[in-house]
Design a protein around this ligand. Structure first.
Ligand code: FAD
Length: 316
């Protein structure tokens, strides 16, 4: 039996949960989904309509509004006996939660799985994506995180999964929620956007980085950044793409003023089409780009933005 942990914000199910369910279905068809939070009726409806879900375990509590990983771990441990697999997306949510569960069960966590070979064999990237490891896991309970962009989303219409309400005493109190600061943006979400425009150290300042946002707006794209750009304070760290940032697989990835360090490539090299703009023709980013534009970004970007402004781009 598989238990998938739903990622959601109490209003909507995060789409990566669908990819996680699809990946899980390659292990077994017996999939339950655990969802915990507060006032999340819409999320319950969304999960119930996924045909591959057998049952929903629901836990509603004001104390779970912010889904602190310590509390969620408590909840998972209360039902863990029934399950052979606990699976979550390899997002900040899953990465924060699953090691706690694995530690309490004293089993190995299998992280960032990109391919399911069988019930106990998986492929995952190692060394910043430079090698792929095939793992055979003999633990009786398998704690797995799935790289969502490596799997299609599961169909989410036509299902009718029953809901079982859980009741546990939520007396964990290992941590308390104080506040959340979320960056708000009208742009597509970085992790799921069809087009990503990313800027690096070559932008030189936060002010100049606005050129990246301007270009992104013309293309209805998400904005990304290299770690050097984040460390220099041009943008917040939720924009970071790479080994220690987000992994993105858009249809189009435009890397501007980014050299192409392996840690950056680990987060974007599976993009369908990669375009690089860089003044250094030796920059490694050109080795993996489908289209390379050698030149000064401060000349190229204003021209590109102005030309795109003349087109009537139909946003899908
Ligand atoms: P640089 O390497 O300095 O490249 C800047 C580029 O801009 C150069 O190629 C230059 O030619 C070009 N340029 C400069 N001026 C112009 C101009 N006017 N016009 C056109 N081009 C111009 N990095 C990540 O991105 N993501 C990660 O998740 C990540 N994780 C890491 C984890 C670890 C453990 C470590 C050790 C490093 C990690 N890094 C990560 C850092 C990574 O090694 C690089 O340092 C970083 O990616 C470099 O960012 P950059 O390409 O913007 O900067």
């Amino acid at each position: 039996m598989i238990l998938v942990i739903a990622e959601h914000n109490n209003n909507n199910l995060k789409s990566f949960t669908l990819n996680t369910i699809e990946a899980s279905s390659q292990i077994s068809g017996d999939i339950d989904v655990l969802v915990a939070g507060n006032n999340f009726d819409n999320v319950l409806k969304e999960i119930a309509s996924i045909p591959k879900v057998k049952k929903i375990l629901s836990f509603k509590s004001e104390e779970y509004e912010n889904q602190l990983p310590e509390d969620l771990t408590n909840l998972i441990m209360s039902v863990v006996d029934k399950y052979d697999y606990i699976i979550a997306p390899a997002t900040a949510f899953g990465k924060n939660l699953m090691p706690r569960v694995a530690a309490l069960l004293d089993v190995t966590q299998i992280s960032d799985v990109i391919k399911i070979l069988g019930k106990d064999q998986y492929i995952r990237p190692i060394y910043a994506g430079n090698a792929l490891a095939t793992i055979k896991n003999n633990d009786s309970k398998k704690i797995i995180t799935i790289r969502p962009t490596s799997f299609e989303p599961s169909l989410n219409t036509g299902g009718n999964a029953p809901i079982e309400n859980l009741s546990i005493k939520s007396d964990n109190k290992l941590s308390i929620f104080i506040k959340k600061e979320e960056s708000k943006s009208d742009r597509p979400e970085l992790g799921t956007a069809r087009i990503v425009v990313s800027g690096g150290r070559g932008l030189q300042s936060a002010e100049n980085f606005k050129l990246i946002s301007e270009l992104a707006d013309k293309l209805n794209a998400a904005v990304g950044a290299s770690r050097a750009a984040v460390d220099a304070g041009y943008v917040g760290n939720d924009y970071q793409v790479g080994q220690t940032g987000k992994v993105v697989v858009p249809e189009l990835y435009i890397a501007i003023g980014i050299s192409g360090a392996i840690q950056h490539l680990a987060g974007m090299k599976e993009s369908k089409i990669i375009v690089a703009i860089n003044k250094d023709e030796e920059a490694p980013i050109f080795n993996i780009s489908d289209y390379g534009l050698k030149g000064d970004l401060f000349e190229i970007l204003p021209e590109l933005i102005s030309e795109l402004g003349k087109l009537n781009i139909i946003q899908k």
